[in-house]
Write a protein that binds this ligand. Structure first.
Ligand SMILES: Nc1ncnc2c1ncn2[C@@H]1O[C@H](COP(=O)(O)OP(=O)(O)OP(=O)(O)O)[C@@H](O)[C@H]1O
Ligand SMILES: [Mg+2]
Length: 151
């Protein structure tokens, strides 16, 4: 389903019946994202954010398991077809998030240009100028509703 929001950005809503569908959305996004792209992920605990990044990583040719960076904060996959920087902000305060200077990733300062995928993106002090925002919602039948906004 395609919807135009008030900023005339394209919003797409997809129902993801199972884990495989979430991975498939990640694979699909890999075909849209380019070096310097930012993928912001929002949604409650266990909504499927890491699962989506696993699909993305698979499509980027990453063969090692993509695990949640909840404790490492950032996992870097520089050998991917497009480098992937996978970030999880869950445990951080706004000040700690600010001090991470994540803009260095999407501005490719001191790192090769890559895709920055950020879980718990609602904790970012400011969003980058352009991004994909995927919001995952757990439905009663345990399927997920994904709302995808490209800004
Ligand atoms: N569309 C789906 N339908 C049902 N289950 C799903 C779906 N997508 C992912 N899952 C399952 O949801 C669980 C949590 O997924 P995942 O770890 O990716 O969530 P998360 O949003 O990253 O969690 P956290 O908030 O802890 O970071 C996993 O068991 C995964 O298999
Ligand atoms: Mg996660």
């Amino acid at each position: 389903m395609l919807v135009l929001d008030t900023n005339c950005a394209m919003e797409e809503i997809i129902i993801l019946p199972d884990e495989e569908a979430t991975k498939q959305l990640g694979r699909h996004l890999a075909s849209q994202l380019t070096p310097n792209s930012v993928l912001l992920l929002q949604g409650d605990l266990g909504a499927g954010k890491t699962t989506l990044v696993q699909g993305l990583g698979e499509a980027l040719g990453i063969t090692e398991p993509i695990l949640s960076p909840t404790f490492t904060l950032i996992n870097e996959y520089p050998e991917a077809r497009i480098p992937l920087y996978h970030v999880d902000l869950y445990r951080l305060t706004p000040l700690q998030v600010q001090q991470m200077h994540l803009e260095n990733y999407w501005l490719a300062i001191d790192v090769p240009p890559g895709i920055t995928a950020i879980e718990w993106a609602n904790l970012l002090p400011h969003f980058p100028p352009h991004y994909y925002l995927v919001t995952l919602q757990i439905l009663h039948d345990s399927s997920r509703k994904a709302t995808i906004l490209r800004v």
